[in-house]
Design a protein around this ligand. Sequence first.
Ligand code: FES
Ligand code: FES
Length: 168
Amino acid sequence: MANFNLTVNGETRQVDVEPDMPLLWVLRDELGLVGTKYGCGIAQCGACTVHLDGVAVRSCTMPISVLRDQAITTIEGLADGANLHPLQEQWIKQDVAQCGYCQAGQIMSAASLLATNANPSDTEIDQAMAGNYCRCGTYNRIRSAIHGAAQDMNAMFYDATDTSEASA
Ligand code: FES
Ligand code: FES
């Protein structure tokens, strides 16, 4: 066993675990963050996707000992306080989830995509989301919700720009 200091959803957390324990189990079993799901355990399905410094990674195969000072974000930390992430808003608006099991991972991958591509094409969405499987086949609604969130985020950005220009 060893002590590890982690930054999870903006908070410093300490865990005392085996160094080879995957991040997924640290999050779920040690920290009680059960929004991140276990699917395949071999980095093939995307259910366990979280962010390290904003980049989507598979937590099921990532030993806790390989982490350094990266900020870990899980689905529980994606919202900005009481404000849901635009993707979460669109997921609700477009009723994307079916059984829901894969959806936290889908949203985390989509959030990572929109952080680097403000207006992804269908092809870019399909490429970015290719590692996230949905046994319920919600892929069309996922794609539509990502487009919707991209539009919402761009509109928010331009609103903020207009406001700052108007007050300049
Ligand atoms: S549980 Fe990690 S990719 Fe499937
Ligand atoms: S909503 Fe059921 S697996 Fe994706």
